[in-house]
Write a protein that binds this ligand. Structure first.
Ligand code: GTP
Ligand code: MG
Length: 171
């Protein structure tokens, strides 16, 4: 090992909510409008510094599609943080958040995993189906933070990753 501290983050949520897009924006500052669904799990890492301390942020970006459900739980073990992502313009993706938390709970100790609820596609304000207060209330039920992002316009993307990494290292 290189001795640099590592933080292991997982993305979870329904297919199409923008999990891979958030990671692509964070890692490479890019956005692609076409939808390329994730097959199984994709891995990306980024070197950052928080208060002059170098860190490797390791992100396992999981597939939202049901057909990969047997592969992804292997990655749930020993994870430090999970971004629970939904699309603010698709109510069903918000309703499925409970399901993703339960799925994570089967293979990870939720008392040890830092979760953050992420409402993505905040640029689609005119198509909004989940209001901020409703999502914030859901987050409060789990005593976690709620943040809205847009991978498209690059709103709050660095902030959501920095928030979860800080919570992990401050734990
Ligand atoms: P799976 O890999 O199938 O689980 O999907 P995913 O959650 O990784 O979704 P992905 O990042 O592939 O994005 C799905 C679609 O939503 C793509 O067409 C993206 O361009 C689009 N998208 C992602 N983020 C945003 C966003 O913030 N705003 C808008 N308007 N579109 C977005
Ligand atoms: Mg994906």
């Amino acid at each position: 090992s290189d001795g640099i501290a590592k933080v292991k983050i997982l993305t979870l949520g329904e297919s199409g909510v923008g999990k891979s897009s958030l990671l692509l924006r964070y890692k490479d500052d890019k956005f692609a409008g076409n939808f390329v669904t994730t097959l199984g799990v994709e891995y990306k890492q980024k070197q950052i510094q928080i208060e002059n301390i170098p860190l490797t942020v390791q992100v396992w970006d999981t597939a939202g599609q049901e057909r990969f459900k047997t592969i992804t739980p292997n990655y749930y073990r020993s994870v430090d943080g999970a971004l629970l992502v939904f699309d603010i313009s698709e109510l069903e993706t918000f309703d499925k958040i409970e399901y993703w938390i339960q799925d994570l709970q089967k293979d990870a100790d939720l008392t040890k995993v830092i979760m953050v609820l992420v409402g993505n596609k905040s640029d689609l304000e005119e198509k909004r189906k989940v209001d901020f207060q409703t999502a914030q209330k859901k987050a409060q039920e789990y005593q976690i933070e709620y943040i809205e992002t847009s991978a498209k316009t690059n709103s709050n993307v660095d902030q959501v990753f920095e928030m979860i990494v800080r919570k992990v290292i401050d734990k």
